[in-house]
Write a protein that binds this ligand. Structure first.
Ligand code: SF4
Length: 464
């Protein structure tokens, strides 16, 4: 569609090589690099990356060493649920002030940790470094070592200074920190049919849904990293026989270390959409090489799909031919969303990620229809331009993309970590379809300037 508003937005010259179209020959999407200064990236800082990965470990103490703004920024922003302790939902902070910046914050950190550990008796404590701590050079590791010896619990520094890189670097710091727990627990009662779920954060109870499928198949889930996470489970997760890595951007490095040090192989999976959920279950059945398990898996898959198909078919009829924009953190989620949208009759017109790599973008180019815009590390202006150009009916993203969609008069579906709706598993696919249907088909969009104009200029029925 020729939109004057879209035409008025220009792309920064240095960003052009991060944008490509499926079906068109050209260079690979430039990615896996720092954001362009001044482009107002949608990415979060390294500290935020660490915080969102470790946050769902429910019986740990999470202390942000830095100014209060860093703690407020990441306070309870995941919709992660716990079946027990709620300690993780607090955003404790050392609240560094000007005098701490001048004289150092180590003593304040020690005092805060002592007070919090005495009061809350956590199983472990994570101490997150922020930008200012990196700048003033507090020896956070030394304070953690001292407190760990004093209280006999793991007090683990997270090297998550915000400026050290992208959100992806924060994921790495989180994996390094979590790995310090691994290998310290008792593995004797772990079954030969056992797995860990890596990169599932129990958003709106999703880990419980996935755990339920595997338990129906007789497979023990030893630990979920980190959804509804427990320190003792992570300590013994090296006893599982297989790792499933769902949010590959955040947890692949941990899976690789478990493979290297403990010989546990891993499979990259996604629990979003019918195809990917089924592939994950069949992948596990194949790994354990048991024909009976394979049969039970087929039964489970058939049962679940039969339950949701009648309603999905109705939704698909209504949504056939509608277009969507997808902008998410990791590429594996983007792959699943392209497939899930296809299941409900929609076409992906724009797809982008914050942390995709060269292979991810090649795969997106191969799986999307010709003409689909593919973008790495985008920004609000670019996304607005693309949405107007492609005239999409739906935007799937996170909290930072929601206002872009609403300002343009486009339906929005939250697929990020702050959502309250479970979208994983078969039941999640139905929730997703219902949410997309409700958003896209809402009559409210007919009253936004863009749609109203389209309605006024569209030829009426029976008109030539
Ligand atoms: S760590 Fe740095 S970039 Fe991240 S929220 Fe704090 S001050 Fe901002």
């Amino acid at each position: 569609m020729n939109s004057p508003a879209a035409a008025s937005i220009s792309i920064l010259p240095d960003r052009r090589d991060s944008i490509a179209r499926a079906g068109e020959a050209g260079n690979a999407v430039a990615c896996d690099r720092g954001s362009l200064a001044g482009s107002v990236t949608q990415r979060a800082c390294a500290f935020c990356g660490s915080r969102v990965v470790l946050y769902p470990i429910a019986d740990a103490l999470h202390l942000v060493h830095g100014p209060i703004g860093c703690a407020a920024y990441t306070w309870d922003i995941r919709g992660a649920q716990s079946s027990g302790p709620q300690l993780f939902r607090n955003s404790f902070s050392t609240d560094l002030q000007e005098m701490d910046v001048i004289y150092g914050g180590e003593k304040k950190l020690g005092r805060a940790l002592r007070e919090l550990i005495r009061r809350h008796q956590p199983k472990a404590a994570f101490v997150y470094s922020t930008c200012i701590v990196g700048l003033i050079g507090d020896d956070v590791s030394a304070v953690c070592r001292e407190l760990s010896a004093e209280f006999s619990i793991p007090v683990i520094p997270v090297a998550s200074e915000g400026f050290k890189g992208t959100k992806k670097d924060g994921y790495q710091a989180a994996c390094d920190a979590a790995y310090r727990l691994v290998g310290t627990g008792d593995t004797r009662d772990i079954s030969d049919r056992s797995i860990n779920l890596l990169g599932d954060f129990n958003i709106a109870g999703e880990s419980w849904i996935i755990r339920g499928y595997f338990e129906r198949l007789g497979i023990q889930v030893v630990a979920t990293l980190t959804g509804d996470g427990r320190v003792d489970d992570i300590r013994r997760c090296h006893g599982a026989k297989l790792n499933l890595v769902q949010c590959s951007g955040s947890m692949t490095s941990l899976a690789k270390r478990l493979e290297r040090d403990h010989g546990i192989p891993f499979q990259r999976v996604s629990f979003f959409g019918i195809e990917d959920m089924s592939a994950a279950l069949y992948g596990v059945a194949t790994f354990f090489e048991d024909p009976l398990l394979r049969e039970k898996t087929s039964e489970l898959v058939r049962e679940e799909i039969e339950r949701l198909m009648p309603e999905l078919r109705e939704i698909r009829t209504a949504l056939e031919g509608k277009k969507a924009a997808v902008y998410v953190g990791g590429a594996f989620k983007a792959f699943s969303l392209v497939r899930a949208l296809r299941t409900i009759g929609m076409r992906t017109a724009i797809v982008g990620t914050q942390t995709g790599d060269r292979d991810d973008y090649d795969q997106l180019r191969a799986m999307c229809e010709p003409g689909t815009l593919i973008v790495d590390d985008s920004n609000p202006l670019e996304l607005a331009k693309f949405c107007l150009e492609q005239d999409v009916d739906l935007f799937i993203g996170g909290v930072k993309e929601r206002p872009i969609a609403y300002k343009l008069g486009i339906g929005f579906c939250d697929h990020n970590h702050e959502r309250k709706e479970a979208l994983a598993g078969y039941v999640g696919m139905l929730n997703f379809a219902r949410e997309v249907y409700a958003s896209v088909m809402s009559p409210v969009w007919n009253y936004t300037p863009r749609r109203a104009l389209r309605l006024r200029t569209a030829p009426r029925e029976n008109e030539e």
